[in-house]
Design a protein around this ligand. Structure first.
Ligand code: 3PY
Ligand code: MG
Length: 256
């Protein structure tokens, strides 16, 4: 099949995705033309909505980069729709049980693997796929499903979740995971006490033959995550880029 995100991850490549939360196509376009290999549009905590995802996906797809959507909590309908709009991958937050994972699988994989409903004409058209049957035959493989592991419940069942056919990867949300790990006392995505647990999630993915992804709150941690086995890494959060970039530029000017 094509050189899609799935193929790159199967080949063991490291893929960095930028994280878009401002639902403005002009900003998505800057990311689509930027240095990252993938662009993720965030509908869970970011401002992306159905229309901005539709236009954002077009922009990303035509740049040749991988197009990823994080859907809002529990919105399996949106997971299917984002694939119908042409997304390469879906990240589903808070997959805390086998049941959650099966519901996600069912929304994003066609039978016999899952129960995804047909409506992919747009994906077929914008992806240059010959026709419906070709998409039907290839999309379960070409699109990537990432189940987010970010609670104690999810952690306790991580191997069972990873083993589910049609769950292609695990994706760690270290901010929520740190809240879970500290019993609600603090949010610290870099919390050293949870390193071992985070590494074991990458190992659980690897043992099941699945991809391991993580949100990288601090780019200095990317190397450590890579050593743990993570290959799909989200960084370059737009809000942080603008917040940090402004401060850095002003500081440079004031020091000059
Ligand atoms: C988390 O760290 O909890 C995330 O969901 C990343 O956005
Ligand atoms: Mg989270």
């Amino acid at each position: 099949f094509d050189y899609t995100l799935q193929a790159r991850l199967i080949a063991g490549e490291t893929v960095y995705t930028v994280w878009s939360s401002v639902p403005e196509n002009g900003l998505v376009e800057l990311f689509a033309q930027g240095p990252f290999g993938a662009v993720t549009l965030d509908m869970q905590h970011g401002g992306h909505h159905e229309h901005s995802v539709l236009s954002g996906l077009s922009t990303v797809i035509h740049s040749g980069k991988a197009a990823v959507v994080r859907v809002p909590l529990g919105r399996m309908d949106m997971a299917s729709r984002a694939l119908d709009m042409g997304a390469d991958a879906i990240i589903a937050p808070m997959i805390n049980s086998v049941q959650d994972a099966v519901a996600f699988r069912d929304a994003v994989k066609f039978p016999p693997l899952g129960g995804r409903s047909w409506g992919a004409s747009r994906a077929v058209a914008v992806r240059g796929i010959a026709g419906g049957n070709e998409y039907l035959a290839t999309s379960n493989v070409r699109t990537v499903s990432f189940a987010m592991i970010e609670t104690r419940e999810a952690f306790d069942r991580v191997s069972e979740i990873a083993a589910i056919d049609g769950i292609d990867g695990l994706f760690v949300g270290p901010a929520d995971f740190s809240i879970a790990w500290t019993g609600g006392k603090s949010v610290d995505p870099g919390l050293p006490e949870m390193d071992e647990a985070v590494a074991s999630i990458a190992a659980a993915a690897r043992d099941a033959g699945k991809h391991a992804g993580i949100f990288v709150a601090n780019p200095a941690m990317a190397r450590k995550y890579h050593q743990m086995g993570f290959r799909f890494m989200a960084l370059g959060f737009d809000v942080a880029i603008v917040a940090e970039g402004q401060k850095a530029i002003l500081a440079m000017a004031e020091e000059a």
